[in-house]
Design a protein. Structure first.
Length: 323
C-alpha cells in the first residue's frame, strides 16, 4: 500500500462524487440531492468503486456523493450524528447507533471468511500464547467481538489478556511496540506481514460472525425509496461485472483508489448478490441468518453494558429495498 494512500483517496473519492453530483446523469437525478454514503477501505465494499467508475449510478438514475473515512471507526459517529444518509458498516456496529428505530439495514455486502485476522509476532505461535499479553482492537466493535471469540475458543478469558484501543489501520505500526497482537484486515494485514508478523486467528473460524452491511437513515428510506433501490441495483450490477471481469475490475479498483494491483483481493470474503441477500434476511438458527448474527451482537453489547433497551430486529432489518 502506498504511504500517501489515505490522503490521496480522500481527495479522489470526493472529486469523483462532485463530478457525479454535478453531471446528474439521466433526467431528474440532478433535481435531487445526491445520496451521501460513507465508506472506508474494505475489499467487500469495492463494488462501490466499480459502480462509480463504470457510471452505473448514473445508469440507474441516482446521484451519489461518497464520504471516505481513512479509519473505519470514524464512520460510526458520522452516521450517528446524521452527517451521512447511509454508510457501510459491520452489522454489529450498527446496533448501538440506532435510536428509536431511526435507521435500517437494507443489504448485506459480504461476509468475512478469513479476511479479518489477529496478527502477532513470531514469538506467539497460537492464541494460547496470548495469556498476559496486550491485544489491540477497536473496543466496543466487531474487532473486540472477534478477539473475544478467539479467547473463548482457546480457553482464555478477557481477564487473561489486556485489550487496548488500536484501530485496524494502526495495527501494523503498533505491533511490537504497544501491542503483542492486534485485529486488522486487508490491505493492513499484508502490511503487517511485510513487517514480519503473522495471523494466529481469523474470521474463517467464526463463520458468519462478521457480516458487512449497508445501512440508511429511516428518513431517507421513507422519502427516497426509489433512490435507495437504484443504489442497490447499481451495486449488484457492479458486483456481477467484477466477478465476471476479475482482472479488469481489480485494475480499475487499484487505479481509482491508488493502491498497488497486488493489494486488490477478495480472498477470505464471500460477496453477497441479490439471491444471497434474500436468503440472509430470513430468520434462522445460525449465522446464515443476519437475524441470528444480530442477536449475537445484541448479547455482546448487553455484556459490556452498552444497550439499555433491546432493538426491534423486525424494524432494524428491512429486505424490501432488495427487490
Amino acid at each position: 500500500m502506498k504511504k500517501n494512500f489515505v490522503s490521496k483517496v480522500s481527495i479522489l473519492i470526493f472529486g469523483m462524487a462532485l463530478f457525479i453530483s454535478a453531471c446528474g446523469g439521466a433526467a431528474g437525478a440532478e433535481e435531487r440531492p445526491p445520496l451521501k454514503v460513507g465508506w472506508s477501505l474494505w475489499p467487500g465494499w469495492y463494488p462501490l468503486v466499480i459502480a462509480q467508475e463504470r457510471d452505473l449510478f448514473t445508469k440507474h438514475n441516482v446521484a451519489v456523493e461518497f464520504v471516505f473515512y481513512p479509519t473505519y471507526s470514524a464512520a460510526l459517529p458520522e452516521f450517528a450524528s446524521g452527517k451521512v444518509d447511509g454508510t457501510l458498516l459491520v452489522i454489529g456496529d450498527v446496533i448501538p447507533l440506532v435510536k428509536n428505530n431511526n435507521a435500517k439495514i437494507v443489504m448485506v455486502t459480504d461476509n468475512s471468511d478469513g479476511a479479518d485476522v489477529i496478527m502477532a509476532g513470531p514469538e506467539i505461535t497460537s492464541p494460547a500464547d496470548l495469556r498476559g499479553k496486550t491485544i489491540g482492537v477497536t473496543l466496543g466493535t466487531f474487532g473486540e467481538v472477534l478477539a473475544r471469540e478467539m479467547l473463548t475458543a482457546n480457553n482464555l478469558s478477557v481477564g487473561d489478556v489486556t485489550l487496548v484501543q488500536i484501530g485496524p489501520e494502526a495495527v501494523p505500526s503498533e505491533l511490537g511496540i504497544d501491542i503483542e497482537a492486534g485485529h486488522t484486515y486487508e490491505p493492513f494485514s499484508s502490511e503487517a506481514e511485510q513487517r514480519g508478523y503473522h495471523p494466529i486467528f481469523s474470521s474463517s473460524e467464526t463463520p458468519g460472525l462478521i457480516a458487512d452491511v449497508l445501512v440508511f437513515k429511516k428518513e431517507i428510506l421513507n422519502e427516497r425509496p426509489e433512490d435507495v433501490k437504484a443504489f442497490i441495483a447499481a451495486w449488484f450490477e457492479a458486483l456481477e461485472w467484477w466477478q465476471n471481469n476479475q482482472a479488469e475490475g481489480n485494475a480499475l479498483i487499484a487505479a481509482a483508489t491508488e493502491q498497488n494491483l497486488e493489494d486488490i483481493s477478495t480472498e477470505g470474503l464471500r460477496l453477497f448478490n441479490q439471491a444471497d441477500n434474500l436468503g440472509a434476511f430470513q430468520e434462522g438458527t445460525d449465522t446464515r441468518s443476519i437475524y441470528y448474527t444480530t442477536q449475537q451482537y445484541v448479547a455482546f453489547y448487553q455484556t459490556i453494558g452498552v444497550l439499555s433497551t433491546l432493538p426491534d430486529l423486525n424494524q432494524l432489518l428491512d429486505a424490501s429495498f432488495l427487490q
